[in-house]
Design a protein around this ligand. Sequence first.
Ligand code: FES
Length: 117
Amino acid sequence: MAKEQQYQKVANKKDLKEGGLLKIEPNGKSIVLAMVNGNVYAMDSICSHEGGPLEEGTLEGYNLTCPWHYAVFDIRNATVSDATVWATELTSYLVKIEETTDDILIDLQGENKLQQQ
Ligand code: FES
């Protein structure tokens, strides 16, 4: 049975700028939001290698590079680049934008594998 989706407001689109990163901590989880081409993505913010703060990393296109030892994650699905296998895949989350308010909602239950291409 599919897990129930539970969207929770975590920020507003105006808190983020194009190519920008923002750390949020809903329910004590550390998550980083990223905006690329006007779309918002959400994934775990603690690097799976040695715990680097990914919200302080570098975002180029969809690639988020850890500031500590430069593992590269795809912010759409939290997978690790084949070139930086010292880190392992993290969790990404479904994001919804409230049309009228531009509030950013994320589903803390849901792993976002839908946009994996
Ligand atoms: S802590 Fe992120 S690559 Fe080492």
